[in-house]
Every structure is written in C-alpha cells, then in structure tokens.
Design a protein around this ligand. Sequence first.
Ligand SMILES: Nc1ncnc2c1ncn2[C@@H]1O[C@H](COP(=O)(O)OP(=O)(O)OP(=O)(O)O)[C@@H](O)[C@H]1O
Length: 416
Amino acid sequence: MKPPKSYAILTQNNSNTKNLVESLLKQENVSNIEELQKLKGLLFSRSEINRFMDEEERHDIKILTRDTNQPLKTMSSGEQKKALLNYLLQQEPDFLILVNPFDNLDVATQAKLKDQLNDIASSRILVQLVSRVDDILPSSTDFFKLDGDTLQRYESPKDFWQANQPKRVLFEGTIPPPLSPIKVTEKTLVQLKKVSVSFDGRQVLNQIDWKIESGEFWQLIGPNGSGKSTILSMITGDSHKGYGQDLTIFGQKKGSGESVWDLKQKIGYYTPAITNKFRGYHTLEHMVISGLHDSIGLYVQPTDAEKQLAKQWLALLKLDHKKEDYFKDLSVGEKRLVMMARAMVKHSPLLILDEPTAGLDDASASLFVALVNKIAQESDSAIVFVSHRKEPQLEPERIFELQPDPNGSLGIELKP
Ligand SMILES: Nc1ncnc2c1ncn2[C@@H]1O[C@H](COP(=O)(O)OP(=O)(O)OP(=O)(O)O)[C@@H](O)[C@H]1O
C-alpha cells in the first residue's frame, strides 16, 4: 500500500501561515490542496504549546501535563513538544499540521523527532509548514510555497528544490549609532562564580563559572533542559535563583539592592516570544523608537532625532517603505525583524538574543545573523547568542557550552 501523502509547504516572511492553518483546521477548501477538505486535522506548533501554557496559568487546566506536577511553562522545549505530540496522537487525527516542528530543539532531540515524524508519515497525512528548507522531512511527497495567502504547488520535487536553495544575504550599510550611548565603567559585565541551581531538589546547574566582558561575542549552547534559560533569567533579573549566589552584574553583586530598572536599562533582550506582547496599534517607526524607552508603545511624541534613527534602522531592514504601517499587520517574519531593530537601537552594553532565528525564513535568518555579526564588529555591545541551530554565517568569538551531568550541567568553554 502506498504511504499517505506528506505535504511540505515552505513559508516565507510574507506568508499568512495563520490563515492557512485556520482554514485547514476548519476543514475548509484550500485551493491547490483540496484533498484535505473535510478531514480532521490537529496542530503541532509553538502557538499550541503557548495556548496550553496559558490555560494552565490562567485557569489551572492541566491538559498536556496531566501526569506530572511540573508546570508546562518550566519544561524544556523538548519536553513540551513531546507532551504535545503524544496528546495529539491520542486523538487519532486524519492529518497533523506541523509548524516549524524543529525550532528550539537541540540536535539530538531534532533527530529523534524527525525519526518519529517519519514513522508517523507512514500511516498518517502530514502537512509541514516550515520556514527553513533544511527542516523539510524526507517523507515529503508534495511541495508548495506560501506567498501571502497564495499556495503555489510545484510540479515536481525537483522543481521545488531548484527554486528554493537558501541564499546568503549579504549585509549592506552600517549600523546606526546610538543617540545617547549608555555608559558602563566595568570591563566585566557579568561574572558567575561557582553558581549552582536546583529545582525541587534536582540540580540543574553545577558550579558554573562564566565571565562576559565588554564587547565580547558569545554563543551559548547546550541541549534542551541544560539550563540556558535558567542562566539568562538570573542575569536579566527575571529569576530569584540568582540571590544568594556569587553572581555579579555590571559591578553589582546579586542581592545587594541593585535596581532591576537599572539592569533592564543596560540589557537588550530579544526572544521571538516577546513579539506576541505587541498587539496594539503601533506603527513600525514607533515600535523601533519604543526600544529607546523600554516601553510597549510610545506615550510621548518622538523627537526628530528619534524618527531619523528609526528611519535608518528600517532602511537597513528594507522596511522603510512601511514605516507608517501598523506592526500588528506585518507578517510574522517582518515582525521579528522590527523587534530585532527595537532590541538593538539603544546599543545596550549587553545584548541577549535567545534563539532569535526561530521561525524566520532562510533569507531573514541570514540577514539577522549578518546583522548580529556586524553589531558585534561595529559596536561596543557584548552579545550572547543562544541557538541550537548551526547558523552557518554566525561568527562568535567564544562559545560557552552547558554539558548535562547527573549532578547538574557543567559549563565549559569550547573553541569556535
Ligand atoms: N521553575 C522550575 N521548576 C521546576 N523545574 C524547572 C523550573 N525551571 C526550569 N526547570 C527545569 O530545569 C531544567 C533547565 O531548564 P532550562 O529552561 O533552563 O533549560 P534550557 O537549556 O533553556 O532548555 P531549552 O533549550 O529547551 O530552552 C529543565 O529540566 C526544566 O524542566
């Protein structure tokens, strides 16, 4: 018997992924993929995990975590995805829609999930929506590209692969300088000395020593659950686990009465999930300028200098023609690029980028990485780039790896 069809849909920055997914779930007719009409589909995506997380936090409804005490929010990405896939399969859907299934997963977990999905593909229809061509499953039988709302079908796999080889984006232009540089006197921005963290008696970090100095470009790597987010949240002040530890940030020992506002002022933080907080009517220009004020939206009239700066950043991202558009009307990929400018506009002394390329298409990821390299070269900001994916163009000077161990992860510096 022939295995079921497996559809691969390449999404790009302008793709209306949400509309397509909604139509498929509502069992509506979607042109070029009519065979799925009236079949029952379920969704495997980051947004579904977020929805279940919300249910848990707001209404105390535990669905994916029925069999454990641990809240979904505190699980590693691999643990969350596993829980969601099991839950979906129990409901025996006719087809599964997979949106960027490998994002946020470490290499070993990606390989495991890939095997599992290839197995599922032998008995169930899969519809993959992926923004990176490398993520397309070998089981794919039918190939598409989503351009806005238009689903374009390729005649053959060969046509698809010929048309969609990832291109390297070369970065042109220079990074706009900050309006008012933020002064830091310390050379050492962050220092962890023998930092150990445990949750519910389980040790996650074991005696971590790490020093981040002004202007350094670090990549932080480590498998799912090794403690990367735990370290970052101690640095940004979002976790109380830093107290009582030997952790010094911008010259101030954690727990010595440092101001969280002062800390936030000096740290630029970007993770794709932040994008969801900005749902109001903010123009792109105001979005970029709001990065100077650390606010969601702008409550004061921007100055001419601020407008000029926003214009330069938007030009760099080739989005200047949309500066008066509303942020909420952009595609996901375009939103990410604007959020990236927002995080960088101030030239914070420390810039933390937490899996920033997740969900971007190949061209935008390449642009993003080129921009980060450029910032590293041209500015005084220290950068910590967290990523599972090997971004071929990324040029970190130093790599810090968390290596899991039964007594908590060890922190080791690797050669780039
Ligand atoms: N508040 C918490 N309560 C219980 N366990 C937690 C809590 N926060 C984190 N953990 C656990 O600590 C471990 C490290 O989690 P962390 O999120 O720091 O890993 P990570 O390296 O960032 O993972 P990923 O790459 O998947 O994001 C995981 O096993 C997670 O389940």
